[in-house]
Design a protein around this ligand. Structure first.
Ligand SMILES: [Zn+2]
Length: 139
């Protein structure tokens, strides 16, 4: 068992997955597995199906995390995480500002990330299609 401190900015809100995602210091992603009705305790489980690690945290706040099993069956991929955060951001913005030019939404995102992350992002055309789909769906 190991205990990690998690920083607030790593608690990301990913609507596409129906809830919050927690990212630990080794860049593994977790979803909410169980939320206690009687206490603040929330159990998180690794996003990868069949991967055993779970952890408990007190509420959605910056508290130490206790892992029940820290042996993931797969490597963590920091660029995948950053990518999913950015694409999710893009979708939210597309829904929020359906009349904002697609190019503007995308270039704003591309300019705000490191070169390493920018390289791992989907192509401009793919991002454009994502924005358009979400702008359509919010109409
Ligand atoms: Zn895992």
């Amino acid at each position: 068992m190991r205990t990690l401190e998690i920083s607030e900015d790593k608690l990301a809100d990913l609507n596409q997955l129906g809830g919050r995602i927690l990212i630990d210091e080794l860049n593994y992603e977790y979803r909410v597995d169980y939320e206690s009705k009687t206490s603040n305790k929330i159990t998180w489980r690794c996003l990868v199906v069949g991967c055993p690690p779970r952890c408990c945290i007190n509420g959605y706040v910056n508290k130490p995390i206790k892992f029940k099993n820290s042996n993931h069956s797969h490597p963590a991929d920091v660029n995948t995480i950053k990518k999913s955060l950015i694409v999710n951001d893009l979708k939210k913005e597309a829904q929020l500002y359906e009349d904002k030019p697609t190019r503007k939404i995308i270039t704003e995102k591309q300019l705000n990330v490191s070169i390493e992350t920018a390289i791992s992002l989907p192509s401009y055309d793919a991002l454009r299609q994502t924005v358009l789909n979400y702008q359509m769906s919010s109409k």
